[in-house]
Design a protein around this ligand. Structure first.
Ligand SMILES: [Fe+2]
Length: 173
């Protein structure tokens, strides 16, 4: 039996209205689901990587996955702090996420990197918007989490991925 339904918030005396906490929890759960998918995509591509830059990318993608894990925990615990219910089961995550499902097999290396970049951008666009709205509604803690963790880390990781996709001119002897 459920004692609190998904999508509802309990009354916690944290100085924020129920409406604000409900709104933040809804936005945070979307970003939480998408970030859990981003983490899984990093591990999938860490495993499936190949080619001349295999070792470098194999290590980089695992590093990024490792940096996303504590962010997942922070978003989930922010939702609980606001009285909400964090999405946890990967099957519910799959229902909520807006990040497209990749093929089960192996794509070309640039396609795998582009897929990760697109997932980052989806999360970044949602986080910028949610952070601004959270600030407008007085939820400074959610704004801070989104800006200082989700956005900062996501932008940095997107940079590292994007540098692998920039075409470098051929060196002429
Ligand atoms: Fe590994």
């Amino acid at each position: 039996m459920e004692i609190q339904q998904f999508g509802t918030v309990r009354d916690f005396p944290v100085g924020l209205s129920r409406e604000t906490r409900e709104y933040s929890c809804q936005r945070l759960n979307q970003i939480l689901a998408d970030t859990q998918i981003l983490y899984s995509l990093y591990k999938k591509h860490h495993w499936l990587m190949r080619g001349p830059t295999f070792y470098q990318l194999h290590l980089l993608l695992d590093k990024h996955a490792g940096e996303q894990l504590p962010i997942i925990d922070e978003i989930a615990e922010r939702i609980q702090t606001l009285g909400g219910v964090a999405v946890g089961d990967p099957r519910q995550v799959a229902e909520i996420t807006v990040i497209p499902r990749p093929p089960d097999g192996v794509e070309e290396v640039p396609a795998m990197l582009s897929r990760l970049l697109e997932a980052h951008e989806t999360i970044l666009v949602a986080s910028h918007d949610a952070a601004a709205r959270a600030a407008d509604m007085g939820d400074d803690g959610t704004n801070d989490l989104l800006v200082s963790q989700v956005i900062r880390t996501g932008e940095m990781q997107a940079w590292f991925l994007a540098e692998h996709l920039v075409e470098t001119p051929l060196v002429r002897a």
